[in-house]
Design a protein around this ligand. Sequence first.
Ligand code: ADP
Ligand code: MG
Length: 258
Amino acid sequence: MGAALEIRNLHVSVEDQPILQGVNLIVRQGEIHALMGPNGSGKSTLANTLMGHPAYDVTAGQIIFDGMDLLDLETDERSRLGLFMAFQYPVAIPGVTVANFLRNAINARMKDDDPDSKGIPIPAFRKMMIDKMDLLRMDHSFGGRYLNDGFSGGEKKRAEILQMAMLEPRIAIMDETDSGLDIDALRIVAEGVNRLSGPDLGVLVITHYQRILNYIKPQFVHIMLDGQIVESGGDDLALRLEEQGYDWVRERQNGNGR
Ligand code: ADP
Ligand code: MG
């Protein structure tokens, strides 16, 4: 049985302003979910809350991951449990190569599990990185570049996806909304998700960009409006969003029928 991320009746306030107002959602390993919704509906608030950002105040509800209450855990503990969050605005670290950064990330985790761990041996690390790069169809020279230093938007996304591939999370949350999102970056993320997806990985892709559905085939599509998930479905919902946008969702919420 795979692990599940269960969000139950989640209420979140930011600066005493209620934003999420009773979100319910279950993402299991092996499932791809898309969370969509207009700007300002609360999608990023949900993503930030899942990772434990201190500005987001959970006023009611629960987040359970693999049977554990996430709200009791710090961000790094959540990550160690197998929750991965792709950063919307990754920082540049000049002087640290992508490979070094990834090896440090893996070693830090191994040392958390076992203080006597010497970390991953370099040959094993190299092999793993090459395998993952091949899986993602990335150029091997990427590992030798300084992390995010002078990277294009698309290259930053590649670095993110490679990090996800190396850390092998059980559930990945990718907030791809709003500014800075070009179709190229979107395609890279979508292709990465498609190549990494399998029975051990659950993904929640967050976007307001309907076109992501041209690249990713989520089994589940959810629409967030005013801090609640107001519609959930499959391909049918994706198709309807692509054709009609969000207006019908709002109209239905306002009681104006279809
Ligand atoms: P989305 O990602 O769907 O566009 P957000 O979660 O970013 O929506 O925003 C939902 C609402 O919460 C907006 O009204 C936004 O102004 C507010 N909000 C979110 N994060 C913050 C924050 N860190 N500080 C102040 N307001 C915030
Ligand atoms: Mg957002």
